[in-house]
Write a protein that binds this ligand. Structure first.
Ligand SMILES: Nc1ncnc2c1ncn2[C@@H]1O[C@H](COP(=O)(O)OP(=O)(O)OP(=O)(O)O)[C@@H](O)[C@H]1O
Ligand SMILES: [Mg+2]
Length: 277
């Protein structure tokens, strides 16, 4: 079964004339690392808001078409219900952290779901260990650095054991070192939990090496969805105004000059491998 399925879905925010999402047909599969790419204002956050019912249940507006999450229609299923299937970490984790300390923060969702306390302790331990926040469990969220807050936000979603973890520009407020750590953490989560991770991220140099599929969105429409190899070697990717990695620019130029004929690599090790073959 597809985890998320959009069928001819359109959405316009109340008060706006332009549709933020236009004729979206999209299937998100199990156990994939997916990168959502598009210029600013193209509809990435809006698309993500559809995946746990925030659109259309929380954001009022006009929609047509259908979105299903694990077979549940997002216009009908309660958001709380959908949130156990799809966990979303938004750009500014500060707004998402509400409890007195980190441990309570992580326990919050599970307590709401009525999970027994022994199971809660077990899951907190596991997700705190995976996100490396065991040492800050008794701190208040506002005492933490941006990178720590982002880890706590991820941990508090992971304990709910969602089938998809979605992150909307999780490194936007972090320095390059912390950004790299968060992206490496996502790769570890992917390997350990075998869940789908969907991420909207501008730092393509960091994220592309881990990406299996890319979704390109432009002015509210999905213009391409496919394997990384196919998408980054196509014209759509090249024509979007994205933060293109240096390695991509070099190999793209070499290809245009007929000095390189294979697929454009997405990391230095891949480039070396490709040149050796
Ligand atoms: N809450 C809202 N109310 C009204 N219009 C909105 C709202 N949120 C987004 N929009 C509009 O919807 C369109 C798509 O915005 P969205 O935030 O989904 O883009 P984005 O790709 O996430 O951009 P960014 O890269 O800047 O985060 C924009 O025209 C934006 O102005
Ligand atoms: Mg956004």
């Amino acid at each position: 079964m597809d985890l998320v399925k959009f069928e001819s879905f359109y959405y316009r925010y109340k008060g706006n004339e332009e549709y933020a999402l236009k004729n979206i047909n999209l299937k998100i599969e199990d156990n994939k690392f997916i990168l959502l790419c598009g210029e600013t204002g193209s509809g990435k956050t809006s698309l993500i808001r559809c995946m746990n019912g925030l659109i259309p249940q929380f954001y009022s507006g006009f929609y047509k078409g259908k979105v299903e999450v694990c077979g549940k229609n997002t216009t009908e299923a309660p958001i709380a219900n959908l949130s156990t299937e799809v966990g979303i970490v938004f750009q500014n984790p500060e707004n998402q952290l509400i409890a007195m300390n980190v441990e309570h923060e992580i326990a919050f969702g599970l307590e709401n779901l009525g999970v027994p306390s022994k199971e809660i302790s077990k899951r907190i331990k596991e997700s705190a260990s995976l996100t490396e926040i065991e040492h800050i469990l008794d701190k208040a969220p506002f005492e933490l650095s941006g990178g720590e807050q982002q880890r706590v936000a991820i941990a508090s979603i992971l304990v709910l054991e969602p089938k998809i973890l979605i992150l909307d520009e999780p490194t936007a407020l972090l320095d390059p070192y912390m950004a790299k750590k968060i992206i490496n953490l996502l790769q570890e989560i992917r390997i350990e939990k075998k869940i789908t991770i969907l991420i909207s991220e501008h730092r393509l140099d960091l994220i592309l090496p881990f990406t299996e599929q890319l979704i390109l969105i432009k002015r509210g429409s999905i213009i391409e969805h496919g394997s990384r190899e196919r998408v980054i070697n196509g014209d759509n990717f090249q024509n979007l105004r994205l933060n293109i990695p240096v390695i991509y620019s070099i190999f793209n130029k070499l290809k245009k000059e007929n000095l390189y004929r294979k697929n454009i690599p997405s990391s230095i090790p891949e480039a070396i491998k490709s040149l050796k073959l």
